[in-house]
Structure formats: structure tokens, C-alpha cells
Write a protein that binds this ligand. Structure first.
Ligand code: AGP
Length: 615
């Protein structure tokens, strides 16, 4: 099964009066969505005087400085922050897009797969196009239908009937200025229910300052918001969404920076809380039901991308080595390799903090079609992957705004370690006593992570000073520490732009060591007690070539290994199951401080978007 991917953009809409200018509210909402893309931004409002559009290339603040979003006001409005796929970042390609008359304005997240064909048809009918985007066809199609005399809602229904691909749409029509029309297929869209106003957005943090009552829209739904109401339809039939209202207990501050210079640092520091809340939210009876299903499965597949994949590798390691199960972890973009292996009786564990990564979603769909049961592990309740899965486990990390995953990773590790230990209990790989010890340890994670942050940050900053002038680094480990080293290298690459590669330490002799010369940085995570001697050997090999070695090790190994590294970051003692979480902290901090010292904004790494909905 193939499917068009999607723009990784953020859209927002508001109808009603919120005690401030709509332009100012929409700008604030867009800032909360900037993690979804930040190459252009725009806002449109409508009132009695028709539609006004302000948009341009650049980050929200840059575009605001040119056009003063804050001055805009009206009865309703829409906004967009873009990550380009169709059409380069430019003023013309920025959303909102308008029709020929300027009576329709639209913002869109997704890809209209058949836009070329639609554009040709519309141009043949005399429509003039200004941008290179796929989105603009939506405004012109809607224009055609209302010109033909259809009521606006019917025009919207007919418009989306013509669209192939993925979309979350918000649309203004100047003849009905108090309404924001919307439609959803594949791309995420949520409604924020207020009093005297209603919001729409790609993600909840956008409107958390105004309301915490949320309705998640489903594929195929469309309708409109007014200041006092929400109307939803599917295939011409009204849909009652009142019983879908959920109250989100994330505070607005939790979606803001709370005084930290960057979201990434704030999110690293809030890991004790995120871990505590994740542990508190874990239903151990449900974990046990899932652990049993995993232990009894014919085969266990694990799929994810990026950071979530590294969490998946830890799960894989534990299911194989601890539970003795037939488990295979793979990057979700590579799922096709396994299609012929999948059969009824298999289980797929799909890990995605956003729940929206298209590769992971595609793997989920294909595996389910072939009879596997799917367990989704996500941080976003009701997101697409969990919704399309048989079982769901949620981390409770709160919204993660920094593009680099931090607190969602360690909370994933917590849940996955508990799950693997439970599967091991059911498979006979682990006894009851050992299982209880693992759970007791995981419960200590928030406190130990807190101690780690306090103890290591100054030392890490000092080491970051050395790394800030480097262009390359190796991250080496053995056993269960390897995925953590891989995650450390990914963090360093994505925010500090230092080329960092992770290898099994034993592999380093088979090629990578050729690059090592005087002061070449090599970071070691010492996690697995079974590998201490060979790992020490690998450190010595690097030292002999003049490398600048950094050892991240629990205090119990300090006596043995403290002196073999150039620099040591000592963490609290714990078993390898918990050290994976603890050792992630200095690695995240190292990437963060290196990025800042090199003058980069770690919240907005170039070329990256938080949620990748493009295959
Ligand atoms: C993490 O720092 C990355 N930005 C990225 O690798 C991310 O983990 C990946 O895109 C997967 O996202 P997901 O967990 O939302 O599916």
C-alpha cells in the first residue's frame, strides 16, 4: 500500500471573540506549532470588510516584523506555519492561499496528490494561480462550487470529494465571516472548545492558552466552527462530537518555555516529572496482558523511526536477551523487507512519540492487513497510529516542542523496559523476584534522573566546550548501551551539526578507527556489566591513537575505569535496565550545550521537522 506523504506544517483557526486581537492570538498559536515547520508563515482574518491576508517567507517572528500580524482583527481567522514540499519557501508559496476573487482563503497541512490534474482543469476554466503549491487548488475548487450556487458547507464537501491525498484544511469564506470551515483526511486536526469562541489546530498546544477542552477529528470529517458552535459532518450526515470532548490536563505553561532559553533544555530538565507521570499512568494489569500477548506471539516485530527506533532497539535487546523471544526491530521506512514474514499470531510494536510518523503508520497498516496485532506506544492520545492499532500504551511526558526528542525517549524506555520485563516473566526468562526488582528500579527513575541532571550538567558543559570546536565524534558502547550511544550520536548530529557516528565498540577496529587521530572525540557509554573488560580494551585502543575519550559510567565502575578516559561523567549506580534512562541525560545535555556553544538554536535544527509525515 502506498500513500502520498504530507507537508509537515501547522495550521490553526479561530472563530469568535477571545479578548484580544485575532492576529495576536493566531500568532501565539502558530508559535506553539513552529516545531511542525518554520520556513514561512501567514495569517488571514475575515470580518465585515472581507478577507485580509498577511504572509511571507521566514520564521513567524520575521514575517510578523514585516506584516504586523498582531494588528489584524476580525470575526474569524486562520494561520499557517510551513515546511515546504511542493514549491520552495517563498512569499507566494506561503499560506494562506486565496481564490481568484479574494473571497476564500485556505491553509492546509498534507499533500493533494492529484493537484496537477485539478490545477489544469481549473486553469482551463479560467482560474489564475499565483503559487506553486498543491494547496491553492482547494481555494479555487471551493470558489467554483460557491459560484455555482452551492451553500458553503456543500461546496466544501464537493471540494474534498475531488481531493486525493492527505489534508487538514482550515478555510475562510468572506460571505460567512463568523465561520471557519475545516476538513480532515490523514493529517491531524483537533478542535479546542471555548466559550464564545472555538479553535482548530494541528496539535493541542497551539490553543492551550485559551482552552483545554479538545475534540480530535477523524478522517473524512468536515464542517465549521462558529463562536458558539461546532458542526461536523461525514458524507453529508451530521456527526455528534459532543461526547468526544476530552479535558487535557497539560497546563499552558507546560507548553511554554517556563524561563528556559530553549524548549530542548526545559524538556531535558522536566524528565523527572515526565517519568513520574508516565509511571503513575501505567496500568500494570494492562502491561501484564500485553506482556503475555508478546510472550505468546509467534514472532515480535518492533518498528519506529529516529529516536523512537533507538527505544525500539532497547526493547528488541531485552525481548531477545532477557525474554528469549524471536524479536526483530527495524526502521519503519524499511518495513517492506518483512512483508512476506508477517502472519497471524505475530505482534508489531509500533513506537512513535507523535503517533503520526507516516513510515510507522504505513508499517502499522500493512502489518495489520496481514493479520498481525499492533501495539502502539505513543505520547499523543488519540493520534493516528494508536487509533489504528489494536492496543495502546501511552507515555505521559506532556507536549514535546523541541524538535529533538528527549523526554519522550526516556519515558518510552521506561514503558518498554517494564513491558519487556513482563514479557520475560511470562516467557520464563525472568523470575518473579527479578521482575519486581526491575519494577522497583523503574520507580526510582525520576529521582535518579533528577540527581543525574544536578550532578552532571556542569561537567557536561565543560566537555561541550571541547566538542564545540570539533567536526566529528564517535559514540561507542557494547550490549544494551549501544542504542543509547546511537541516540547520543543522533542528538549531537541533529542539534549541534557535529558529524557523530555510533558503533558497537568491538566494531570500531573494523574500519572506523582509521579516522581516529590526536584529540578525536570518542564518547563511551558504559552500561552493560557483561562487557567491561572488552570495552576497557576498546578505550585503550582509542587512547593509544591520541583520542579525546569521554566515559559515561555509573559510580560502581569508577574504581576500575575512572582513570582510563580523558574525561569522565559519573552517573548514579543502577542496573543496566535503568542506566539506559540515566545515561541518556548526559548525552542529551552534551548535544544541547555543544549546539548552544556553536551558536545554533537547538529548538529549530535546520532541515528537520518534529513530525515527519512524508514517506
Ligand atoms: C528525534 O530527535 C528526531 N527529531 C526524530 O528522529 C524522531 O524521533 C523521529 O522522526 C520519529 O518521530 P516519532 O517518534 O514522532 O514517530
Amino acid at each position: 500500500m502506498r500513500q502520498a506523504g504530507g507537508l509537515v506544517c501547522g495550521i490553526v483557526g479561530v472563530a469568535g471573540s477571545i479578548g484580544e486581537r485575532l492576529g495576536s492570538a493566531l500568532k501565539k498559536c502558530l508559535e506553539r506549532l513552529e516545531y511542525r515547520g518554520y520556513d514561512s508563515a501567514g495569517i488571514a482574518v475575515t470580518g465585515t470588510g472581507g478577507i485580509t491576508v498577511r504572509k511571507g517567507k521566514g520564521k513567524i517572528n520575521e514575517v510578523d516584523a514585516r506584516f504586523n500580524f498582531t494588528a489584524l482583527d476580525g470575526l474569524s481567522g486562520i494561520g499557517h506555519t510551513r515546511w515546504a514540499t511542493h514549491g520552495k519557501p517563498s512569499d507566494e508559496n506561503a499560506h494562506p492561499h486565496v481564490d481568484c476573487t479574494g473571497e476564500v482563503a485556505v491553509v492546509h497541512n498534507g499533500i493533494i496528490a492529484n493537484y496537477r490534474e485539478l490545477k489544469e482543469q481549473l486553469m482551463a476554466r479560467g482560474h489564475r494561480f499565483i503559487s506553486d503549491t498543491d494547496t491553492e487548488v482547494i481555494a479555487h475548487l471551493f470558489e467554483d462550487y460557491v459560484k455555482a450556487g452551492l451553500p458553503a458547507l456543500v461546496a466544501l464537501r464537493e471540494t474534498i470529494r475531488r481531493l486525493k491525498g492527505s489534508y487538514a484544511i482550515a478555510l475562510l469564506y468572506s460571505h460567512e465571516p463568523d465561520k471557519v470551515f475545516f476538513a480532515r483526511n490523514v493529517s491531524p486536526l483537533v478542535i479546542g472548545v471555548g466559550e464564545g469562541f472555538n479553535f482548530l489546530a494541528s496539535d493541542i498546544p497551539a490553543f492551550l492558552n485559551y482552552t483545554n477542552r479538545v475534540i480530535t477529528l477523524h478522517d473524512g470529517e468536515y464542517g465549521y466552527l462558529t463562536p458558539s458552535g461546532i458542526y461536523v459532518e461525514r458524507n453529508g450526515e451530521p456527526v455528534n462530537v459532543e461526547d468526544r470532548v476530552r479535558v487535557i490536563n497539560w497546563s499552558p505553561e507546560s507548553a511554554g518555555k517556563e524561563g528556559y532559553p530553549h524548549f530542548m533544555l526545559k524538556e531535558i530538565h522536566e524528565q523527572p516529572r515526565a517519568l513520574r507521570e508516565t509511571w503513575a499512568g501505567l496500568d500494570m494489569d494492562y502491561v501484564s496482558k500485553l506482556g503475555k500477548a508478546i510472550a505468546e506471539a509467534r514472532r515480535v516485530f518492533i518498528t519506529a523511526s529516529g529516536t523512537s527506533y533507538h527505544a525500539g532497539l532497547i526493547l528488541d535487546y531485552l525481548l531477545v536477551s532477557l525474554a528469549g523471544l524471536d524479536a526483530h526491530a527495524f526502521n519503519s521506512s524499511e518495513y517492506r523487507k518483512y512483508i512476506k514474514l508477517v502472519k497471524e499470531g505475530d505482534i508489531l510494536i509500533a513506537i512513535s512519540q507523535s503517533g503520526e510518523t507516516i513510515d510507522t503508520l504505513m508499517a502499522t497498516r500493512v502489518f495489520r492487513e496481514r493479520g498481525a496485532k499492533v501495539l502502539a506506544v505513543s505520547n499523543v492520545v488519540d493520534s493516528t497510529i494508536p487509533r489504528e492499532s489494536d492496543y495502546q500504551l501511552y507515555t505521559n511526558a506532556g507536549p514535546e516542542i523541541g524538535v529533538a526528542a528527549t523526554k519522550t525517549f526516556t519515558t518510552q524506555l521506561m514503558i518498554l523496559t517494564a513491558l519487556a520485563a513482563n514479557a520475560a516473566l511470562h516467557s520464563g526468562g525472568m523470575g518473579k523476584e527479578a521482575y519486581s526488582l526491575v519494577l522497583n528500579e523503574l520507580e526510582q527513575a525520576p529521582d535518579l534522573v533528577n540527581t543525574t541532571i544536578i550532578n552532571v550538567e556542569a561537567r557536561v558543559r565543560h566537555i561541550a566546550g571541547k566538542l564545540a570546536v570539533k567536526t566529528n565524534a564517535y559514540y561507542l558502547s557494547r550490549g544494551i548501551g549501544l542504542p543509547i550511544a546511537m541516540e547520543g550520536a543522533l542528538k549531537m548530529k541533529e542539534v549541534a551539526y557535529v558529524h557523530a557516528e555510533a558503533y558497537p565498540a568491538g566494531e570500531s577496529k573494523h574500519g572506523p578507527i582509521a579516522l581516529v587521530n590526536q584529540e578525536f572525540p570518542v564518547v563511551f557509554t558504559v552500561t552493560d556489566d557483561d562487557y567491561l573488560d572488552p570495552l576497557e580494551g576498546n578505550v585503550m585502543e582509542m587512547t593509544a591513537r591520541g583520542a579525546y575519550t569521554i566515559g559515561i559510567l555509573p559510580s560502581r565502575h569508577y574504581a576500575k575505569l575512572g582513570k582510563v578516559f580523558t574525561e569522565v561523567i559519573q552517573t548514579p549506580d543502577a542496573s543496566p535496565y535503568l542506566l539506559t534512562i540515566i545515561q541518556s541525560i548526559p548525552l542529551q545535555l552534551l548535544a544541547y550545550h555543544t549546539a548552544v556553544l556553536r551558536g545554533y538554536d537547538p529548538d529549530k535544527p535546520r532541515n528537520l521537522a518534529k513530525t515527519v509525515t512524508v514517506e
